[in-house]
Design a protein around this ligand. Structure first.
Ligand code: HPA
Length: 266
């Protein structure tokens, strides 16, 4: 199933990736800092999902960043776009097949925790899956991992410590907390946000959890970062995607520094 994709990517020179990165809304620019880059549009890759949204054509970027060989997914696939979760997480399995050991997943998220501000960066320490689906449903891929996956430490404690160390180096303030996954694409209601706060959610978003579960299934180390782009529904007067993009653009320089320092320490 993966052979054709892997063969093609290895033929293009994607031979030794160490760290896989998935860049969230407004955070894709980090891929422009990769040196000795090989950039491959998704539509050129056999069996790879293709973005259906105009102007969202994604690409894989391979090369050197902060002393590591990285493989970046510049543009991810969301469940709300209509892809099934096998498709959403196909690139993560390709990371595994190419030899990636650590995956850094990033996203834009709404802040549920009342001490968060738009523009904060949050280490994901754990997640709550409220999407009513799981990317591991279906026949188990025994070659990648077990049927019943332990999610006790989905987001590696070592990785969390490295993120803190990387932030401290730059004087970057980091929040930490639990990311709550919903399907979207509608934003939440204020009542849903109150519910999520009650059950322990600190942030809410429409991505990341399927990729993290599959990465964990494959035995890869997972690090997660949320960019808090807004206060969640009911905590500010209204929500819109333009604000999400505007705040993530402002956070970008800090985000890039954090990821580069993290890569150097991994
Ligand atoms: N809710 C869900 N997803 C999001 C939000 C939000 O408030 N902000 C950015 N992505």
């Amino acid at each position: 199933m993966f052979t054709e994709t892997i063969q093609y990517l290895q033929d293009q020179g994607l031979t030794h990736p160490q760290v896989g990165l998935i860049l969230g809304s407004g955070l894709g620019e980090l891929a422009e800092d990769v040196e000795n880059a090989i950039r491959i549009p998704y539509e050129n890759i056999p069996n790879f999902p293709v973005s259906t949204v105009a102007g969202h054509a994604g690409q894989l970027v391979y090369g050197d960043l902060a002393g590591k060989k990285v493989l970046i997914l510049q543009g991810r696939f969301h469940y709300y776009e209509g892809y099934d979760l096998n498709t959403v997480t196909y690139p993560v399995r390709i990371f595994k097949e190419l030899g990636v050991e650590t995956v850094i997943v990033t996203n834009a998220a709404g802040g549920i925790n009342t001490s968060f501000q738009p523009g904060d960066l949050m280490i994901i320490t754990d997640h709550i899956n409220l999407a009513g689906n799981n990317p591991l449903i279906g026949a188990n891929l025994d070659a990648h991992g077990p049927r019943f996956v332990d999610l006790t430490e989905t987001y590696s404690l070592r990785g969390q410590a490295i993120l803190r160390q990387a932030a401290a180096k730059e004087g970057i303030h980091l929040q930490q907390g639990v990311y709550t996954w919903v399907t979207g694409p509608s934003y939440e209601t204020p009542a849903e946000i109150r519910y999520m706060r009650t059950i322990g959610g600190d942030a809410v978003g429409m991505s990341t959890v399927p990729e993290a579960i599959v990465a964990k299934h494959c035995g890869m180390e997972v690090l997660g970062i949320s960019c808090i782009t807004n206060l969640a529904s009911g905590m500010q007067s209204s929500l819109n995607h333009e604000e999400v993009m505007e705040i993530s653009a402002k956070v970008k320089p800090r985000f890039k520094n954090l990821i580069k320092n993290t890569l150097a320490l991994l």
